[in-house]
Design a protein around this ligand. Structure first.
Ligand SMILES: Cc1cc2nc3c(=O)[nH]c(=O)nc-3n(C[C@H](O)[C@H](O)[C@H](O)COP(=O)(O)OP(=O)(O)OC[C@H]3O[C@@H](n4cnc5c(N)ncnc54)[C@H](O)[C@@H]3O)c2cc1C
Length: 523
């Protein structure tokens, strides 16, 4: 990617969905934008490991910034993704009320007719009224029969439901890549593998960002560094808040076994009593490609890089969803992931220009619903940046569209034949599970934001996301990466330096030598 320039108008720290949304928005007004990230690809932080839901805002506490930006962000999504060539679908959310919805104590000590009345009549109306007050008008109460028509696999204990049709799904990493590419196509520069180590200020104003690749002078810094936003703010003397890590694990099920298992997002409504709520509680949702996902958990972690998943977490997810979806196919889990949320102490987003350091803007505490709120966050930050001197007049030459090559798997038969005719490498399927061709991989490697690791190829093409989880395609893709990048195979990494897939060419084992430059197959 780009070399670190000596100066820029605005530096955005963090190439997650938030940093890239802001950078893309900025390029409507100025091309003088540099995005920095310490990782070797965009979307390598929390933006790659979440549940992909464009929440409506119904689950957020009234009066918070994140609730307001979530509602607005959801409303903006269709326009936000337009021209990006990213799939976005409003699949809806079904909130299911069951005998477990009332607090345990109330349910145990109240007469049955009262519980029945509360569950059937009161709770659904409360949910609708609360949603309406938050600015979500499209909520409908659905009876039991309608619940099973919509979601046949839901527990027979379901009493009544509330349907929120504004809920959406978007691929978070594809969206982030698309936003980064759109920003780059409109003049922004992207510097990856560039870790910010300091912020230089003079006379109470930002002067430069210090990185492990050199220094970049600038007048405005946007701090969108996810779980590290507190540390970056401290570097500038613009902090005073803490971000702690909260891990969330999710299970992904085989698409063939779970396609249409849930049609939209499904969640059980529970009143959890006085315990402080820090997470929306998760749910069952499809991916855009049709896999069932269950999760996420919510566990406080000291290490902001802790994306481990324990047996207890897997059991917790199984136990939690066993009631809502009694027959979900437990033996069809093909993958699991966890991501680390970035909550602030008061659980709200922290967005604003620093009062202490002129030109420094914090965009922190971006836990869920950060993905759903991203368009509104970018809009709000843009207002702050205008106040800091970024012109309010849009550039004449903003490129509205981000063209992308067609993926083989997305085409009908005739179109696939035409693709093969045009590029024979489309005739070579490298990932059988997801029907990804050699040409798809080559296109990803030479994209606007090039894929330079296995995970980067995976996020752009889905190669390795199917049932075999890369068992078949890893050798092929590593070979294509080595060939296209012009490096030996043992330099190919899973996700950047330090994650090399191979130790060296196999021949060196026969030689007993430690030669690493041979042309033999890598081991
Ligand atoms: C399990 C889970 C499920 C979720 N589900 C949803 C959901 O369904 N819907 C929703 O709306 N939200 C969801 N979220 C929240 C959502 O993922 C986040 O709000 C969003 O991804 C935050 O994006 P970001 O750009 O702020 O952070 P990140 O994606 O983490 O980006 C920050 C970037 O800053 C970079 N960086 C950090 N320090 C430095 C440094 N010193 N130098 C250079 N670069 C640096 C990092 O490498 C990283 O790439 C979920 C989160 C989790 C964990």
């Amino acid at each position: 990617m780009d070399e670190l320039p000596g100066r820029a108008g605005v530096v955005v720290i963090g190439a997650g969905v938030i940093g890239c949304s802001i950078a893309r928005e900025l390029t409507r007004y100025t091309h003088d934008v540099v995005i920095l990230d310490k990782e070797s690809d965009v979307s390598s932080g929390t933006s790659k490991a979440n549940n992909a839901e464009v929440h409506s805002g119904i689950g957020e506490k009234s009066g918070t910034l994140k609730q307001r930006l979530n509602v607005r962000g959801n409303q903006m999504y269709d326009d936000f993704v337009s021209g990006l060539n990213v799939d976005f679908r409003r699949q809806g959310l079904l909130i299911v009320i069951t005998p477990r919805s009332l607090p345990e104590g109330l349910a145990r000590y109240s007469p049955g007719f009262l519980c029945d009345f509360l569950n059937r009549r009161v709770l659904p109306r409360l949910i609708v009224r609360s949603g309406n007050r938050k600015g979500i008008p499209w909520l409908t109460v659905v009876d039991r029969d309608e619940i099973f028509r919509m979601e046949p696999n839901v527990t027979r204990d379901a009493i009544v439901g509330v349907h929120d049709r504004t809920y959406g799904l978007v691929s978070p990493y594809k969206l982030t890549i698309a936003l980064a590419e759109h920003a780059v196509l409109n003049g922004a520069r992207l510097c990856l593998d560039t870790r910010v180590t300091g912020i230089r200020t003079e006379g109470g104003a930002v002067r430069a960002v210090v990185t492990d690749a050199g220094e970049i002078e600038c007048g405005i810094v946007v701090n969108a560094a996810g779980v590290y936003a507190d540390e970056i703010a401290d570097m500038a003397g613009a902090g005073g808040f803490r971000i702690h890590g909260r891990k969330g694990a999710t299970l992904i099920f085989d698409r063939e076994a779970t396609r249409e298992y849930v049609k939209g997002s499904v969640a059980e409504f529970r009143i959890t009593g006085r315990k402080k709520r820090t997470s929306k509680g998760g749910g069952a949702m499809p991916t855009l490609e049709g896999n069932l996902q269950l999760g996420p958990t919510a566990i406080e972690v000291d290490d902001k890089e802790d994306t481990s998943i324990s047996g207890d977490e897997i059991r917790e997810i199984f136990d939690r969803f066993h009631y809502l979806l009694p027959d979900f196919p437990r033996d069809s889990v093909i993958a699991m992931f966890s991501g680390v949320r970035a909550p602030s102490e008061d659980e709200d987003f922290i967005i604003g220009a620093s009062k202490e350091v002129a030109g420094f803007v914090n965009v922190a505490g971006m836990q869920s619903p950060g993905l759903a709120s991203a368009p509104a966050v970018a809009e709000m930050v843009m207002q702050i940046l205008h106040d800091l001197g970024i012109p309010r007049v849009k550039r004449a030459y903003f490129n509205q569209a981000r063209p992308t090559p067609r993926m083989f798997a997305d085409c009908e038969r005739a179109e696939q034949e035409a693709l093969i005719e045009r590029d024979r490498r489309h005739g070579h399927i490298v990932c059988r599970c997801e029907q990804v061709t050699e040409a798809d991989v080559v296109n990803a490697i030479h994209g606007v934001v090039p894929a330079r690791s296995m995970d980067a190829v995976k996020r752009r093409t889905r190669a390795g996301m199917g049932r075999c989880q890369g068992g078949f395609c890893t050798p092929w893709i590593s070979e294509i990466l080595a060939r296209e990048l012009g490096v030996p195979r043992h330099e190919i990494t899973k996700k950047g330096p330090g994650s090399e897939l191979f130790v060296g060419p196999a021949k060196c084992l026969l030689d007993g030598a430690s030669r690493r430059d041979g042309d033999g197959g890598a081991v």
